[in-house]
Design a protein around this ligand. Structure first.
Ligand SMILES: [Zn+2]
Length: 290
């Protein structure tokens, strides 16, 4: 667990089983957690650390969206702190449905076949949850439509539904006095089918996120939180790729060369640019012009 600013902590994401960031925001009276982690094994050490740091009890857990890696550690937090679990109503409905399903190997394989679970998640789920017979998925008890604000004692958290290509239920948490935005997976591509970005959707979302008076932006599967300068740079990169790929005949290599040679304060690999090119091309393909 790492401290981002006073009273705000984050855990590093881990590619091994695709663990996302877990976040915590503490006020004088209560702590709010952003996401519950992939499993009790994931969130347990984070909760131990929070206690060592002297954070107030965890009173609230926000699920940023319904994907398993952000939700399935909830039972461990519930057992230790009995917090209120809160999510957008779409997330609430999806997690409630997950909590009623069986997740044994055969059922899991069926969920993958139906497209409810991404095939790349299969081995990650099995590694995080080797036996799923007793697994408890905690549905939110509070659902909201647009936004709500929680006062933790001198620190207010705005919880807001933003949607996006990655998942329509995506929600962010903005810790006002700490000037931190936890954006979950909202700024990433869609994961089902083609990993696409829809131009209109992603830039509307990024501009909305950047409009918050925040200095740090936490994206759940990005190795470190992004200072504002880097968040701006990420938007600039996406904008350039989106613009360059409007001409469908332009070779991918040309886009990669232009971007990797540009003077942009963001760590940029050719592979990352290639993925962005594919994402914008797929986005255009999935939303053909009339
Ligand atoms: Zn996700």
């Amino acid at each position: 667990m790492n401290q981002l600013v006073d009273g705000v902590w984050w855990s590093m994401p881990d590619l091994t089983t695709d663990r996302p960031v877990i976040g915590a925001i503490a006020g004088a009276d209560a702590t709010l957690m952003v996401d519950a982690g992939a499993s009790p094994a994931h969130v347990g050490p984070f909760l131990d650390e929070l206690r060592k740091q002297g954070a107030p009890p965890v009173r609230y857990v926000i699920y940023t969206h319904s994907h398993w890696d952000h939700v399935w550690g909830g039972s461990e937090i519930k057992a230790r702190h009995q917090p209120v679990f809160i999510a957008h109503e779409l997330t609430r409905d999806k997690v409630l449905a997950q909590s009623r399903l069986s997740w044994d190997d055969a059922s899991l394989a069926e969920r993958v076949r139906l497209g409810d679970v991404e095939s790349f998640s299969l081995e990650h789920i099995k590694a995080e949850h080797p036996s799923r017979g007793q697994m408890v998925i905690v549905p939110p008890s509070v659902g909201f439509q647009k936004q709500l604000e929680i006062d933790l004692g001198g620190v207010r958290c705005l919880v807001e539904h933003v949607g996006g290509d990655h998942s329509p239920d995506s929600t962010l948490v903005y810790a006002r006095e700490r000037k931190v935005v936890f954006a979950g997976d909202a700024a990433y591509t869609a994961v089902s089918g083609l990993r696409h970005y829809t131009r209109q959707v992603i830039f509307q979302l990024l501009d909305h996120v950047l409009a918050f008076d925040a200095e740090m932006f936490v994206l759940s599967h990005t190795p470190a939180p992004l200072p504002r300068e880097q968040m701006n740079a990420l938007r600039e990169i996406l904008w350039r790729v989106a613009t360059l790929t409007l001409d469908e005949r332009r070779p991918e290599q040309e886009v990669v060369d232009q971007l990797t040679q540009a003077d942009i304060p963001f760590p940029l690999s050719p592979e990352f640019v290639s993925e962005l090119v594919d994402a914008f091309k797929s986005g255009a393909a999935s939303h053909p012009k009339p």
